[in-house]
Design a protein around this ligand. Sequence first.
Ligand code: PBG
Length: 332
Amino acid sequence: MDLSGPSFPSLRLRRLRQHPVLRDLVRETTLDVGDLIQPFFVRPGSGVRREIGSMPGQFQLSVDQLLREAEAVRDLGIRACILFGIPDSKDPEGSSALNEQGIVAQAVRALKRNLPDLLVITDECFCEYTSHGHCGLLSERTGRLDVDNDRTLEILARQCVVHAQAGADVVAPSGMMDGMVRAIRAGLDAAGFEHVPILSYAAKYASAFYGPFREAAESPPQFGDRRSYQMDPANSDEALREVALDLQEGADMVMVKPALAYLDIVRRVKDRFQVPVAAYNVSGEYALVKAAAERGWIEERRIVLEVLTAIRRAGADMILTYHAREVAHWLR
Ligand code: PBG
């Protein structure tokens, strides 16, 4: 019997594609608002709602406006957000990141007081706070000016403790320092925050897709680039080593970033480790869709749902995405 061609009746795959209900029943991947994490950019002041040029529909918000926005997304069914801070002043040490009155600490306290059910994740990094725009303290220990890994670990752990004290539900270190998860876990535990999980940006690539974010967070490096700490986009095995190390050091969840050009990495991580995996659908991915949609070149809604479903299909349990709000609206 020849089972190879479509002439053998049981091999007709189109049979399950005829009826919309049947298509729903056999669908392998779901996309739910409960899978989405909304990023917010928060800055000092009040009444501030400043649209980000390269990210239409995304804003730098003062705390009062953040509360309004967060309530709106919460009412649409989004249950988690991640905060990025833009401080009033920057210095070479990024010292405002360690201040209990710092912008992210203030925002966390306000969110937890007003919207206690919304899960608040804090991004833990120094590029938004340093005058040079790099993700930690600089030194010339290696013979050229570069981020000093081990000195940065100390302040990273302190930054996480400040945010945990303010009420952050999850801390998410994004600086790609070696040993950051171990240092943060030790710091949190010593301060009595054993219960606060770490979502590590474990496989974070040195990507051109972060361009719009750096406008949004006012954090472009003032010299050089981030290739001495973020990963080479050409590497895949190395991502597995990054994830393995972070898990050994105590990461509770791991992230792959960006998402769309790195779906193979998401899949490899999920297949290898079976831990909760997040994918970050980053600013450049958002900007590409928005720009093409503005010109009427693509069907925005279908594209966004297809992209996010594909990220889920690749193995992501959760997705950080600037599309969260509109998706929540569409899926209602
Ligand atoms: C901070 C950080 C960045 C992003 C998230 N956390 C920027 C960077 O590494 O330069 C990018 C997010 C995005 O592009 O949406 N280290």
